[in-house]
Ligand binder design. Sequence first.
Ligand code: IMP
Length: 177
Amino acid sequence: MSSQPKPQILFSRKEIEDTINKLATKINNDYRGKHPILIGILKGSFMFMADLIRHLDFPLEVEFIRVSSYGRSWQSAGKIKVVQGLRSPIKGRDILVIEDIVDTGLTISFLMGYLRKKKVASLKLCSLTDKPSRRQVPITIDYLGLTAPNRFLVGYGLDWDEKFRQLPDICVLENEE
Ligand code: IMP
């Protein structure tokens, strides 16, 4: 039986909570008087989305979108497509995309292009974490939480082969290959 890598805390639940508070303050400021749609990217962003919106004090709607993503592989699969689309029209709306992590940037670059084509009023990106050293395409993150080293992260929604999503802290894996 192959040994399972052991998670070690990189960003604690307290750091995550503080980060979300700071992000929410900025977002509340910028979206005052607006009624945006927040689009979470499945599956990784579900926990972040749930915690973030509890701090937002303007009217908003929640949608989710799912794109083809990493499997067991530690590298981006390359070809990206929408596998679960939006349920309501977004034309003319203010859109805030909620992402768990920006790595190479390929996924979010594809998705922002896909959403922009739908003639939205505004389109911004909020990501809890970022691995800038891995970037392959330039990405503007309007609201960024935590900058991470070039390690594979799990926990707080992030998975490795569907494991570790439920960890309350963001961790790196020991025995990483
Ligand atoms: P990108 O296209 O390389 O930027 O990858 C973005 C997607 O890959 C994220 O939405 C995650 O689903 C996944 N991903 C990238 N890095 C990690 C990681 O360190 N842990 C877990 N998932 C990751």
